[in-house]
Design a protein around this ligand. Sequence first.
Ligand code: HEC
Length: 225
Amino acid sequence: MATEEQYDKETVDSKLMIDHDYDGIKELDNPPPAWLMWIFYASIIWSVFYVFYYHVFYDDSNIPDDLKVYGAQVSEYNLEVDDAIAAMPVSTFDEKSIELLSDEASMAEGQTLYATKTCDVCHGASNIGPNLSDEFWLHGNSIEEIFSVIKYGKTDKGMTAFKTQMTDVQIQQLTSYILVKMKGAVSTNTKGPEGKGTDMGNAEGAEDESADTSNAKGPEGEKHE
Ligand code: HEC
């Protein structure tokens, strides 16, 4: 078997031997198989088309359809985002005419803000600030007036300005919560009426209907009809 292989190799070699000789060194011409060479040539031809297609004549019309669809979706989405930004309540917020909210989500948000923004610390059982659940108001009880007190504070009287701690919309929700839910509610604040009453026939409200709050302060401020 060894001799057979030896014999074969010599035969093959003699067929492949190139007809030149350099100081006794000979060379075999032993090409790769034809199928591999064809792939090689084909890839060279392919590369010519590739270069012209993608690097010379490439333009929008050559973009596959799904990419165009994708691009259209992106720009459509960007337009929607622009619309949404333009429609955002913050940008259209008018402090001079604020809408009173009463939907459940706003009420829940207002309640959370009331509890988390330290309102209750001063307006609750500590009696530092006036009772917000009675009908007497030092600075008025229109939504704009209350909004303004919360936003800009009455810092000389001990009421913090909350403009850096809440957005306008949050203050709107909080104000609405105070007007819709706290009015007439039982409060831990035991102050009596301060300011002007809102719903009562007479102004000085020591015997005001909100007597069930825990705020014992007497009327402060003017009564608002
Ligand atoms: C540091 C204590 C303090 C905190 C905290 C505080 N307030 Fe006040 N607030 C006061 C005082 C004191 C007044 C009375 C100001 C005055 O006499 O003019 C007041 C007044 C008010 C008024 C006007 C009441 C009226 O009779 O006109 C509103 C409304 C009000 N606060 C809401 C809030 C809300 C909402 C929060 C929470 C975001 C809050 N306050 C947090 C102390 C506080």
